[in-house]
Design a protein around this ligand. Structure first.
Ligand SMILES: [Fe+2]
Length: 407
């Protein structure tokens, strides 16, 4: 008996020592860890499909990038990918299998930097939940709270699918340190587990870095700009539009959007761009964009539009069959509604930090808004709505470009 107790004490002491030793190690992706890492930001995954994904990361100095990818059970799919020395790294991984979880280890000059796990997109019939938020700029602490809440909700649901970001990642799109501080590092733990779908915001206009962080898709892109994206994820087609475009390029972009929607009539159709075309927030509705894009959205029978830009949450009643969301509460300074008050189509407006969950099934899209409770790290569901497969879209009227509900 004594021998057994002595052995148990020895084991316990060993465990305590091991824990103590672990506690002395630098916590991965903590401020101390970033201070000594050759990584400036990342790694993160974009453009995930059922067969491919792109792993991105940035280093402080130029280095030869390398990715080692395998399934989480250890079997390798692609062992090494290399590129020329650079500070911005992006490797497209192909040959993935739908629904399978992978671990990608990124390396620089043969040194292990960090890893990221992600799942290839599911099969078309599978149910899943994805996440959306936006406007994470300026207040890193608030952004970190929202990112942690998204990770916790994803953990609770076991749904590390993808995260739509509606734009304005950092205050200035021309400063890599600031972008790391305001966007990538507060969200680093989340991005290490969940792929990202980026939307180009107006704060990204001021720099040339957007396409370094988010390389353009390589698919046929006639009419699309470099920052437009078209992603099929399970039963969802998500089309991302960079609305910051010269007016003479807008018609071609709308034709591209119309074609992407027309070919996806057997899917849920969701469109995201930065500036909401129905908003009661500070910036109000982007009515010129509305005139151009709303007829295309209606003709394409879009179920949801998800925008950002205004630092609040807003959901509209269905307008011409389409429910519009503004999700701009990811960390940027919160704002109340504009002095002109709520639009007549507004269903709910809230000035609070928040994120969205969009649960996708064959029958419906169930959208919930999760809002921060005061200054705490706790969140609550404060809005829920279900979108049916068949919405009340009117017949397209080519002559009615401007909405009769325009303000
Ligand atoms: Fe914005």
């Amino acid at each position: 008996m004594l021998v057994r107790h002595a052995f148990q004490r020895l084991v316990l002491s060993t465990v305590i020592l091991a824990l103590a030793a672990g506690g002395c190690r630098t916590d991965p992706r903590s401020a101390a860890w970033w201070a000594t890492s050759p990584l400036l930001s990342g790694p993160y995954v974009i453009d995930v499909t059922s067969t491919a994904a792109t792993v991105c990361w940035q280093t402080r100095e130029e280095s030869a990038g390398e990715v080692r990818v395998g399934t989480v059970d250890g079997s390798a799919v692609q062992t090494i990918a290399r590129q020329q020395p650079s500070r911005f790294h992006a490797e497209r991984l192909t040959g993935l299998v739908a629904g399978v979880v992978y671990r990608a280890e990124v390396r620089g000059d043969s040194q292990m930097l960090a890893d990221v796990t992600f799942a290839a997109a599911p099969e078309k019939a599978d149910a899943f939940t994805f996440f959306a938020y936006g406007d994470t700029r300026t207040h890193s602490d608030d952004h970190a709270v929202v990112a942690a809440a998204i990770e916790a909700e994803a953990e609770r649901r076991r749904q590390f699918t993808f995260l739509l970001h509606t734009g304005d990642f950092a205050r200035s799109g021309s400063d890599t340190e600031e972008t790391a501080e305001q966007f990538f590092r507060p969200a680093a733990r989340l991005l290490a587990r969940m792929p990202l779908v980026p939307v180009h915001g107006n704060h990204e206009i001021w720099g040339e870095l957007y396409q370094d962080y988010f390389p353009p898709q390589s698919a046929t892109r006639q009419g699309a700009a470099a920052n437009d994206r078209c992603i099929d994820y399970g039963s969802v087609r998500l089309v991302v539009i960079d609305r910051h475009v010269r007016s003479d390029k807008l018609a071609a972009k709308m034709q591209w959007l119309a074609a992407r929607l027309a070919e996806a009539q057997d899917r849920w159709r969701i469109v995201s761009f930065h500036t909401p075309i129905y908003s009661s927030g500070k910036h109000r509705s982007a009515t010129r964009l509305r005139a151009a894009i709303e007829p295309v959205l209606v003709a394409g029978k879009v179920h949801l539009v998800i925008a950002g830009h205004d630092h609040n949450y807003e959901r509209t009643q269905p307008i011409k069959g389409i429910t519009h969301f503004t999700t701009g509460g990811g960390g940027a300074p919160l704002r109340e509604e504009s002095s002109r008050g709520l639009g007549p189509w507004s269903a709910l407006f809230a000035s609070r930090h928040h994120f969205l969950t969009i649960a996708v099934t064959p029958e419906k899209l169930a959208v919930q808004a999760h809002g921060r409770i005061g200054e705490t790290g706790r969140f609550e569901v404060f809005d829920s709505v279900e979108i049916p497969r068949a919405c009340d879209w009117p017949q397209p009227d080519p002559g009615a470009a401007a909405s009769p509900q325009a303000e």
